[in-house]
Design a protein around this ligand. Structure first.
Ligand SMILES: [Fe+2]
Length: 169
């Protein structure tokens, strides 16, 4: 049982580090997509959700008698993608950001499903409830991105084509 509790604590710390990374990525993205106001609004909304998720995880860790460990614990398997999303010169930041955001949300969904199952097994029903609640917010963000994927991609391509034409004249 002590093993199970320690495992769950580590997963919660990983999720907390993941949210720090998410906040970092979303803030970077928000500053680069002024031409896409609808996406910008949804990202701003998710930044607020992400900050609240971080706080809810901190409360779970505190209740369990432990604390977060900072960003260093994050596995970082998405670092390369995030760096691309933060790229300044590529010219297609919005599309890279869409891909990175959609991918990241699914990692979060997977993490919270696992955490909720783990918390349930450890008998920590409050943590399980919090993780399910956060999971629904990530699912809503992922499905918003999916719903707007075609529109944003095509708007980007059209804008780019128009700008190239203008530049030739
Ligand atoms: Fe999140």
């Amino acid at each position: 049982m002590a093993d199970m509790d320690e495992r769950l604590n580590q997963w919660l710390r990983d999720a907390h580090a993941m949210e720090l990374q998410a906040e970092h990525m979303l803030n970077g993205l928000a500053g680069r997509i002024e031409s896409y106001p609808e996406l910008g609004t949804r990202i701003d909304q998710h930044i607020v959700e992400t900050q609240s998720q971080k706080q809810r995880l901190e409360a779970c860790l505190q209740r369990r008698g432990t604390s977060p460990s900072g960003m260093k614990d994050f596995a970082g398997q998405f670092t390369a993608l995030m760096q691309t999303a933060g790229g300044v010169l590529a010219g297609d930041e919005v599309v890279k950001g869409l891909l990175a955001g959609y991918t990241f949300e699914h990692m979060e969904i997977g993490s919270y499903r696992i955490l909720a199952a783990g918390a349930e097994a450890a008998g920590d029903m409050e943590t399980a409830r919090v993780c399910e609640e956060i999971c629904r917010e990530e699912e809503a963000m992922a499905s918003w991105l999916l719903d707007h994927c075609r529109e944003i991609t095509q708007a980007h391509l059209m804008r780019h084509a128009t700008e190239s034409e203008t530049a030739k004249r």
